[in-house]
Design a protein. Structure first.
Length: 482
């Protein structure tokens, strides 16, 4: 998490209008969009149309009237599409299985949890497939804990993931059963207190002498989770490397040279033990782009790392381009961002999140992972200072489920953009309209539009074809065609 002032500033500045709060009981899922079997230019004579799915104050990811392509050219098209100009390949979309999220999912009766998980993770529904887990406590946990509690234990004789067996591992297994393609990456908020200068998991900094033991700690975690049927495919050494949050939550400062040294220890250790787990560095804000470049410039680190994880609380997403230009073969991932349940638009800020996700994709990110998958109506369980909400809210008393604006935004991306999709070029001079275009592995085109402005009709142009699309104010629209 970022400092409170910067987080709240980010949430305030990135908000895109407050719509009318609608009932959370609007249908949460919709029929699967057809997926054509071949790729080609749209042909109006054969009846090719664009399928349209909309979220606005009246609808939630609902099918809308289709749009028909026509031949022609426009002198002032709204958006120009060029599938021949390709960019990054997509890994997927999701959010975080924090201790708090798993605890809230565990409060649901089995039928309700099964139905919600089908809606969120099944490939025929929302299809979330890239999710984060926490190695020990984060600020969204029921208590402060690590996998090796007590005094110094450099041999890790006490190491155990017993805490996670109560509800975290069962929840993860259930999600993986529904979506076997679920890609999990894991992040540490703090090492055990005895590895830190403060002696506590709350704030403080890493002690360099424990980096070798800490690499073994990661190895033991990965082996323990694999033995539980929950393989983890990537790790980040530290969540938000340059802040200790004034000792108010599990956090740890990592100097740049520490992260470089740690990757040089962990990479060979994973390799020696036959683990293909990836290492993603930084896991922090856009303004640390210089640190990311410097770390990747180190050949010893570079041997074991080709991924950078980003948060959007401070700085601008185009900073990612600077890292891409310096290291064009490095993959980028957007790994944290969550709504604020105290804001009046918590249930309706889908356009804001559409803008944020679009910016990440247009700046080379291959995956997008939000923050807590589920919290209660007051943003709990929480042992930190920040007022975050879940992708869904589970009422602590009634167990009623509410779906946030971020939920609906995620659905417009994850529901239709498949793993292996490739982003292609889309250009526009229109104000208050964000857009991102991709081609799925089977040739299906997907265009996501986030309209922060007023009602409007825009013209799409692709090669010598045109299509007119009507958009409501404060709306998301996903367009699909072959």
């Amino acid at each position: 998490m970022a400092p409170e002032s910067t987080r709240r500033t980010f949430l305030k500045l990135s908000a895109a209008g407050i719509g009318t709060v609608a009932s959370s009981k609007i249908a949460a899922s919709a029929p699967a969009a057809s997926i054509p079997s071949s790729f080609g230019s749209p042909d109006p004579e054969s009846g090719d149309t664009i399928s349209v799915w909309v979220t606005d104050p009246q609808s939630r990811r609902a099918p809308a009237q289709g749009v028909t392509w026509r031949r022609g050219m426009s002198s002032e098209p709204g958006i120009v599409l060029d599938p021949s100009k390709k960019f990054q390949t997509i890994l997927g979309f999701g959010a975080a299985f924090t201790d708090a999220a798993c605890y809230m999912f565990n409060q649901l009766r089995e039928p309700e949890r099964e139905a919600l998980f089908h809606e969120m993770f099944h490939s025929s529904e929302m299809g979330l497939n890239v999710c984060r887990t926490c190695m020990g406590a984060s600020d969204y946990s029921t208590k402060v804990y690590s996998y090796d509690e007590g005094g110094p234990d450099p041999d890790l004789a006490r190491f155990s993931v017993e805490h996670d067996r109560e509800y975290i591992l069962p929840i993860l297994r259930q999600a993986r059963k529904i979506n076997p393609e679920l890609f999990l990456f894991s992040t540490q908020w703090s090492p055990p207190g005895w590895m830190k200068s403060s002696g506590s998991m709350l704030g403080g900094s890493m002690r360099r002498k424990y980096l070798p033991a800490y690499s073994q700690y990661f190895l033991k975690f990965l082996q323990a989770y694999a033995a539980e049927g929950v393989p983890v495919e990537a790790v980040t050494p530290q969540n938000e490397v340059d802040t200790d949050q004034d000792g108010r939550m599990p956090a740890c400062i990592w100097p740049q040279e520490y992260e470089i040294q740690f990757v040089k220890l962990l990479g060979p250790l994973l390799e020696q033990n036959g683990l293909a787990t990836k290492i993603w560095i930084l896991d922090h804000n856009y303004n640390l782009w210089g640190r990311a470049i410097c770390e990747l410039d180190d050949p010893g680190l570079r041997k074991y790392c080709r991924d950078v994880a980003w948060h959007g609380y401070v700085g601008e997403p185009d900073a990612i381009n600077r890292v891409h230009e310096a290291h064009p073969d490095v993959a980028m991932h957007w790994t944290e961002g969550g709504p604020d349940y105290t804001k009046p638009d918590y249930l309706t800020d889908w356009t804001k999140w559409g803008n944020i996700f679009t910016a990440a994709l247009r700046n080379w990110c291959e995956s997008i992972t939000g923050w807590n998958l589920a919290l209660d109506e007051k943003g709990r369980p929480n042992i930190g200072p920040f007022p975050c909400g879940g992708v869904v809210t589970v009422d602590s008393k009634t167990k009623e489920i509410q779906r946030s604006g971020q939920f609906w935004a995620l659905a417009h991306f994850s529901r239709f953009i498949r793993r292996g999709a490739c982003r292609f070029n889309s250009e526009s001079t229109l104000q208050d309209l964000d857009h991102v275009a991709l081609t799925n592995p089977d040739g299906q085109h997907v265009l996501v539009l986030s309209n922060s402005g007023t009602d409007r009709t825009i013209t799409l142009q692709m090669t010598a074809m045109l299509a007119d699309v009507s958009l409501k104010k404060d709306s998301l629209a996903t367009l699909i065609w072959s």
